[in-house]
Structure formats: C-alpha cells, structure tokens
Ligand binder design. Structure first.
Ligand SMILES: Cc1cc2nc3c(=O)[nH]c(=O)nc-3n(C[C@H](O)[C@H](O)[C@H](O)COP(=O)(O)OP(=O)(O)OC[C@H]3O[C@@H](n4cnc5c(N)ncnc54)[C@H](O)[C@@H]3O)c2cc1C
Ligand SMILES: NC(=O)c1ccc[n+]([C@@H]2O[C@H](COP(=O)([O-])OP(=O)(O)OC[C@H]3O[C@@H](n4cnc5c(N)ncnc54)[C@H](O)[C@@H]3O)[C@@H](O)[C@H]2O)c1
Length: 489
C-alpha cells in the first residue's frame, strides 16, 4: 500500500469538495482530493441539471397542450417521443458533466485519488486498498444518497431512485412515485406531463418544502388538478408481479381500495448523509444520533468526542443542514479555507435560507420556516402575516398562469421582514428579491419603497407586502384595490 503525507485531504469530489479544493489550494500546495464514485458531481450527473432538463421537456409539452387557451391551435394529439426526450436530457447532462470534468483538469493528477476513503485514526485515511494517507486536516464532503423504508424492497429491481431515471433511454408507461417532497414533485409532475401514468404517495401530510398550512393546502389542491398526489396516503401493500410493481392503496377522496400495476416504484423519500462508510468512530469525533459529526455552521469545524475543536471539517449534503447546491458550494469554500488556515479559523458568511422547487407553479421558501419563526418568537403573537393570491394578478392572468398564493412574514414592532412561502408562476425570481431583502434586514415599508415595473408578477409581491404592512399596523391601511397601479397589482 502506498503511503502519503499531505496537509489537507478532501473526501468527495462533488460540488462541496471541489469548492473546498479551490479554497484549500490557496493556502497550501499539498491538497489531495479523493473520490470514490464517478467524477462530475451529483448536481450535474443525477441532480439539479438532468432534473431541470426533464422538467423543461415537460413544460414544452404542457405549453403545447395549453396553447388552445390563447386561441392557438396545435393540430392533432401532442406526441411525446420518449426516446428523443431522454436523448436530449442525457446529451445536455453529459455536456454539463464535461464542463465539470474540464474544470477539474487544473487539479494535478497526482493529487486526485480514486477510491473509497475511510478513517483508520483521526489523521489517517485508507483510500481504496491502495493508499494510506496521513493528513494534517481533513474535509468530509461526501454528499448524501437516497434512502427508503425497507418495505419498498418488495419491488426488487423495479425499485428506482432519481439516478436511474436519468439512465432511461425511453420513458416508461407508468411509475408509482413515493415521496411528495422536492424530488417526487419535480420528477412526478414532469413525468406526468410527458405522458407517464403515475400517482404520488406520501406520509403524514408533508408536501414539498411548505410549512405554512394555507400555502401547503393551496398547493395540494392545485397539484391534484394536474395529477394524483396524496400527501397522507394509505398504502396497504407493495408487491412484485412479473416485471411490474403492484401497489394496493385506499384512494384519496373515494376511500376505495385500488390495486394498480406500475413499471417502476420511484423512491423519493429523502436522502441520508454519506457518513456510514467513513468509519467515523475511528476519527475521534462527537457524532449525533444519525452518525453525523457535531460541527459549527460558521466554520464547518467538527468537534472532537471530548468536545474540543477538531481538525476535521464537514461541508455540503454530508452535514444534512441545507442539502442545496449553493449551500454546498459556500460550505465547501469555508471548510477548505479553514482547513488551510487551521488552527486560525475564520467564520464564513452564511446566507439566509432560500429554496426553490421547479414545479409548475413553482414553490419557494425564504428565511426560517414558519415553524422555526414560531419557535423563535414563542407564543407572543409577534409575527404578522401578509397574503396575496395570483388568481387575479394581472401578469399571471395575461400568461394563463394565474394559480398560486404567497404568505409573507414580518416582526410586529420593528416591521422587519422575516421570511416567506411562495407558490406561483416563476416565483424563483421573487424568492431571490425577498432573500436579498432579508439579507439586508429591510423593513416591509422600505421594501415597499422599491420600484415595481408594470405589468410584472412582482406587482403581486407588492400586494402581499401591502397586506403585510397593514397587518403590522405601521403604515396606511391597504386599499381595496390599488387605483394608481392598474390590473398588474
Ligand atoms: C434529483 C435532484 C435534484 C436536485 N436539484 C437541485 C436544484 O435544483 N437546486 C439545488 O440547489 N440543489 C438541488 N439538488 C441538491 C444538490 O444536488 C446537492 O445539494 C449537491 O449536489 C450536494 O453536493 P455535495 O458536494 O455535498 O455532494 P455530491 O456532489 O454528491 O458529492 C459527494 C461526493 O463524495 C463521494 N463520496 C462519498 N463517500 C465517499 C467516500 N467515503 N470516499 C470517497 N468519496 C466519497 C461521492 O461519490 C460524491 O461524488 C438536487 C438533488 C437531487 C438528487
Ligand atoms: N429544486 C431543488 O432545489 C431541489 C430539487 C431536488 C432535490 N433537492 C434537495 O434534495 C433533498 C432531498 O429531496 P427528497 O425529495 O428526496 O427529500 P424531501 O425531504 O424533500 O422529501 C421526502 C418526502 O418523502 C416523504 N416520505 C418519507 N417517507 C415516506 C414513505 N414511506 N412513503 C411516502 N412518502 C414518504 C416525506 O414526507 C417527504 O414529503 C431536498 O431536501 C433538497 O434539499 C433540491
């Protein structure tokens, strides 16, 4: 076995690991990046990018079907060529992956180790069966993997996860989607719009990222106009019969017991941090009940078992805090930088929480969740709420995308904006405006002083801000209808 001694070892060449490598390399020439699986990152290979490519195809189909609403007739049946859809998804996906691989060429081949890494002791990693690596500092950036309950195993090799979807050469006829979370809704709606017969089954009522019941219920009703989603499904049996999965469940609404056959069972029931195979018990770290090290979200430094600050850092989906791409990048940068400057650490800038789900209508959350805000403020009735609907919002009506609502929160007394949950057309953009306002600690009245062009969807945001301002009782009461702004409001 080869023996090596380095300053910094980074485990995982995903988005967090690559950011960590860049930051650490500014501090030291002795940085090794270890990858046990495929190069190219989860985001580009099987995550953000291929899922958005599939969604883009589904949007094209949807717009073609919806064109008649504008008086534009697309003659005959809309035909989905599943092979062509998947060929484009894979072609563009491969191009995104190739960009990642190109960017990795600046890493000296001698500093790229291929193999699964595990701890032998706090400063020693065994990589594959070929290298024993001594490292002064270590960054864990191992990402996360899909997880599912054991009873799904009855589906055998018809049990699939997101990675498998992007391997398809053609679209299947039917899929039972389990998990109406972010992945289940994005992929479920896209597959439905591409002509795949499906139902989405959940547990406990959760739907996407929403915590606000009013927004969640609205989204639930809206998605169900498009395809079947039961966030609190009564699934009685999952069986394998021939090449198919047989699901027996009580139908939402009717309560009828149905037994249906599907080509696949897609498990979208959450992701688990990849910490199991790291032998973290050898690393001398304090671990939580999921086996994830205790760490600081500002330095990404892990704590030792005796609670002293350690020489190991953890970034990206591996720490499970905010499993999103921009967070993985930011955390990787902070972790790599601190691994390089250890023991003189710097607290990194952490942005406010921002999450966007690329369904139609889109879902977005900004700032702490409603539940977190309530916990923070206790039962003091300190949170004001402002609400607006997209149903009569001018631009949304123009585009025939007038479905959705948003709820905004602010602090009574100070009038400071706190966060929001949005469900509506293209709210990805509004969510950014709100996140940027939150970063700048803007008050609701200051946000209302910003320009709003006409006619744009953001005029709907102004309506919600006005409602919020009124409920703060800090400004003039909201008018029934804004006379000076016209139908965009
Ligand atoms: C279907 C899907 C859609 C998504 N869409 C979005 C989106 O639209 N927007 C968004 O912000 N986020 C999205 N995400 C989340 C985003 O992809 C992740 O947050 C991000 O990729 C995490 O990066 P990472 O570096 O932490 O993990 P990864 O990119 O997974 O990197 C971890 C790497 O570590 C390697 N590894 C693991 N264990 C070891 C070991 N012991 N030794 C060596 N190597 C190891 C793995 O092989 C892997 O390459 C999506 C995720 C999925 C699954
Ligand atoms: N647009 C984006 O930014 C984007 C897109 C995809 C994924 N992601 C990231 O990936 C993470 C993982 O996504 P995910 O969708 O796997 O997780 P998730 O936590 O968003 O959703 C999992 C869902 O599965 C449900 N569930 C759990 N057990 C179940 C069971 N036995 N049967 C049916 N339903 C069950 C949960 O109630 C939940 O609704 C997300 O949290 C997100 O951070 C982000």
């Amino acid at each position: 076995m080869q023996e090596r001694d380095v300053d910094i070892a980074i485990i995982g060449a995903g988005s967090a690991g690559l950011s960590a490598w860049h930051a650490a390399s500014k501090q030291s020439d002795s940085v090794v990046l270890i990858e046990g699986g495929e190069y190219g990152t989860t985001c580009a290979r099987v995550g953000c990018m291929p899922s958005k490519l599939l969604i883009a195809a589904a949007e094209a189909a949807h717009h073609a079907r919806d064109a008649h609403g504008f008086g534009v007739r697309v003659r005959g049946e809309i035909e989905i060529d599943g092979r062509a859809v998947m060929a484009r998804v894979k072609r563009e996906r491969d191009s995104f992956v190739s960009h990642v691989l190109e960017s990795m060429q600046r890493i000296d081949a001698a500093n790229l180790l291929h193999g699964h890494a595990r701890f032998a002791d706090p400063h020693t990693l065994i990589v594959g069966d070929h290298t024993r690596l001594e490292a002064r500092n270590i960054v864990i950036a191992t990402g996360a993997s899909p997880s599912w309950p054991g009873f799904f195993e009855a589906a055998g090799d018809r049990l699939i996860v997101n990675d498998d979807v992007f391997d398809w050469d053609d679209l299947p006829a039917s899929v039972a989607v389990f998990g109406p979370g972010v992945i289940g809704l994005e992929l479920g709606q896209a597959l439905h719009r591409l002509g795949v017969r499906l139902r989405v089954f959940g547990v406990g009522g959760a739907l996407g990222p929403f915590q606000d019941e009013a927004v969640r219920d609205y989204a639930d009703r809206t998605f169900n106009e498009d395809f079947y989603v039961d966030p609190d499904a009564k699934v009685e049996a999952i069986e394998r019969d021939g090449d198919q999965v047989v699901v027996t469940f009580l139908e939402r609404g009717s309560g009828q017991r149905l037994t249906e056959r599907y080509d696949y069972l897609l498990a979208a029931t959450g992701r688990r941090p990849n910490v199991d195979g790291l032998d973290l018990d050898q690393a001398g770290l304090a671990l939580d009940d999921q086996g994830v090290p205790h760490y600081s979200r500002f330095t990404l430094q892990c704590r030792n078992a005796d609670d002293s600050p350690g020489h190991v850092f953890i970034a990206g989906d591996a720490n499970q805090e905010l499993p999103l791409l921009h967070e993985a990048n930011a955390e990787g940068r902070i972790a790599g930088d601190n691994a390089g400057r250890y023991p003189e650490l710097r607290a990194g800038l952490r942005n406010v929480a921002l999450a966007i789900v690329f369904t139609d209508p889109q879902m977005a959350t900004v700032g702490p969740s409603r539940a977190e805000l309530e916990q923070r403020y206790g039962g003091c009735d300190c949170i004001a709420t402002g609400e607006a609907s997209f149903e009569d919002q001018g631009r949304a009506v123009v585009m025939r995308q007038h479905r959705g609502m948003m709820r905004l929160y602010a602090e009574h007394g100070s009038g400071q904006f706190l966060g929001a949950e949005l469900f509506g057309p293209r709210v990805e953009h509004m969510a950014h405006l709100l996140a940027w306002s939150l970063e700048q600690h803007l008050s609701v009245s200051r946000m209302l002083e910003m320009p709003f062009y006409h006619p744009v969807l953001e005029e709907g945001l102004r309506t919600a801000l006005r409602a919020l301002n009124a409920s703060l009782q800090l400004g003039p009461a909201i008018t029934e209808r804004c006379m000076e702004c016209g139908p965009g409001d």
